[in-house]
Design a protein around this ligand. Structure first.
Ligand code: NAD
Length: 299
């Protein structure tokens, strides 16, 4: 079975690598030449457009920044739709708008292509280890066809429901992750300002009722002042915007999410959008003129 993969950035690269390591031939396309070259060095073949990928492949995956790029890859010039034929399956692993995912799915279905929205969670580290959660919306038969491939990418593969529902689960999850992160950062800052050692505070919270994924994931980066991505604040802002748009569509108030997106706006206004999500701590640090840093043990 010939596979395709479009968009091999921070998280696409390890996901694509797992498919190659599982013994599949993978044809890749990316607009970023060095990302494409890195994937070729890992064993992929290179194509010059999404259309060329779709023409040659039975199943095409993508991992793209957001709705604009996904729509362009699917329906733009030399896009997947130009190579549409019955039987082609398109699995979008990106975090997309549920509404856009449903619209693309319907448009491609009219040309015989089955599209699944299959966003992932677990970060670049989870992608490296093959332990991502994958949440899939769309046709149940196509899901069964791609499930064994998704199991190379993620340890927990869920079918959520109809088209768009994978994206709903994903934007809800990410809104929770961001709100939890800001709460964890705020708590750390308060404790450290009051004189408690950051590492001791972290260890206490992680074994107490304030524990969270964010508290487990981020302190090593914050303590080292290392805000290289990972997962950028720009992408997190995009995801939270998608959640708030869904809240708008359904008239669901999202108070915590709204606070959080304003803090993300502040980070982006200060030129920090390209930093890792853990760099949201810097927004709070700037407000207080202090930093939460901890030299590595042994120094
Ligand atoms: P990234 O920016 O590192 O990678 C995106 C890739 O898509 C880049 O290589 C870019 O060159 C390529 N690209 C952009 N436009 C393109 C186009 N028109 N045609 C072909 N290639 C194109 O982003 P990422 O961090 O790898 O995230 C990818 C997706 O996965 C996003 O939707 C993100 O929200 C989601 N996600 C990321 C993480 C993470 O930890 N990085 C975690 C979960 C979900």
């Amino acid at each position: 079975m010939q596979l395709g993969f479009i968009g091999v950035g921070n998280i696409g690269t390890p996901m694509c690598r797992h498919l190659i390591e599982a013994g599949h031939d993978v044809l890749v396309f990316d607009v970023h030449p060095s990302n494409l070259a890195r994937m070729v060095s890992l064993g992929a073949q290179q194509a010059d457009s999404p259309k060329a990928v779709a023409l040659a492949c039975d199943i095409v995956f993508s991992s793209l920044p957001g709705p604009r790029e996904i729509e362009h890859v699917a329906l733009g010039t030399d896009g997947l739709a130009d190579a549409a034929r019955p039987g082609l399956i398109y699995v979008d692993l990106s975090t997309n708008s549920p509404t856009v995912a449903q619209r693309l799915c319907a448009t491609l279905a009219a040309k015989g292509v089955t599209m699944l929205d299959a966003p992932v969670s677990g970060g670049v580290a989870g992608a490296e280890q093959g332990t991502l959660a994958v949440m899939v919306g769309g046709d149940a038969n196509a899901f069964e066809t791609v499930r064994p491939l998704l199991q190379h990418i993620g340890a927990n593969v869920f079918r959520v429901g109809d088209s768009g529902s994978g994206c709903v689960a994903k934007v809800v999850n990410n809104m929770l992750a961001f709100v939890n992160s800001m709460a964890a950062f705020e708590g750390m800052l308060l404790g450290v300002k009051a004189g408690v050692d950051p590492q001791i505070l972290h260890d206490i919270v992680q074994s107490s009722s304030g524990a969270s994924w964010a508290m487990r994931q981020f302190p090593h980066k914050i303590f080292a002042g290392d805000f290289s991505p990972g997962f950028t604040i720009d992408l997190a802002h995009k995801d939270l915007r998608l959640a708030l748009e869904l809240g708008d569509e359904l008239s669901v108030p999202l108070v915590m999410g709204s606070v959080c997106i304003n803090l993300m706006r502040q980070a982006r206004a200060n030129g920090r959008g390209g930093n890792d999500l853990s760099g949201m701590m810097q927004v709070l640090e700037d407000n207080l003129g202090m930093q939460v840093r901890q030299p590595p043990k042994g120094n």
